[in-house]
Unconditional design. Structure first.
Length: 251
């Protein structure tokens, strides 16, 4: 196992507010890494640092380093379009475009200047197969993606990243808008996808983190309090604050 992402002494400020404080962690390739913690602790902010999405907000200052495959993505001159192709993101609520199923999945390759129809068709089929939707949707590719169920829409959003050849999938509460049955299906998909992708998931659902992640980090007030193997963190946490959180004493 080797690190796909190396975060070292990361600090982030929103104006004068110190949102992330000296965060350091290694995220291994082909694993699911979960970030847990109470609302407002910095989980989503940390996630958005990995593809520099925080920079669309004004008055943000970032210090430290984040290396992906040994390259510091916070360095000057980094190609943000290529970074965001490599590091895709899935949000809390499914956000398919008001386009057909085919055009939704083909959107990433199209943005990256792939215009050959046969190549686009191949990528759409491969991506829908990867997320378990090809058999159900192959005869409905011209249907609006907005007509699909919430669970299918979330899978379409993931397929969009697969088609763009992302290597890292960031997932910010990807099941928060889904019912328990749909959540279970997406969790199964995440477990399968880690064979090919490195996945970082932010979740408020500790049971979900325990079910699907290999490693977990607990954040509190912008600090990474504890990080390690999920089984160890949930059964024998090393920090009292972690134990108090996972046993429900606060948060």
């Amino acid at each position: 196992m080797f690190a796909k992402i190396t975060i070292d002494n990361l600090n982030l400020y929103y104006g004068s507010f110190h949102a992330l404080k000296n965060v350091s962690m290694l995220i291994n390739t082909n694993q699911v890494t979960a970030i847990i913690g109470p609302s407002g602790c910095g989980k989503s902010t940390l996630l958005r640092c990995i593809n520099r999405m925080n920079e669309v907000i004004t008055n943000v200052d970032v210090e430290g380093s984040i290396e992906i495959d040994g390259e510091d993505i916070l360095a000057k001159g980094v190609d943000l379009r290529e970074l965001r192709r490599k590091v895709g993101m899935v949000f809390q609520r499914p956000n398919p475009f008001p386009l057909s199923i085919f055009d939704n999945v083909a959107y990433g390759p199209w943005v990256h200047r792939i215009r050959n129809l046969k190549e686009l068709q191949r990528r759409v089929e491969e991506s829908l197969q990867a997320v378990g939707l090809w058999d159900a949707l192959k005869d409905r590719l011209d249907t609006s993606a907005l007509k699909l169920s919430s669970e299918q829409q979330q899978r379409i959003c993931i397929a969009r990243l697969v088609a763009a050849r992302s290597e890292i999938l960031l997932m910010d509460e990807p099941c928060s808008a889904l019912d328990p049955i749909a959540t279970a299906k997406v969790e199964e998909l995440i477990y399968e996808l880690k064979k090919e992708y490195t996945i970082v998931i932010v979740t408020h659902n500790m049971q979900q983190a325990a079910r699907i992640s290999d490693e977990s980090g607990f954040m509190l007030l912008g600090e990474l309090v504890e990080f390690g193997h999920t089984d160890q963190l949930f059964t024998t946490p090393q920090d009292q604050r972690t134990e108090e959180y996972i046993t429900g004493r606060y948060g």
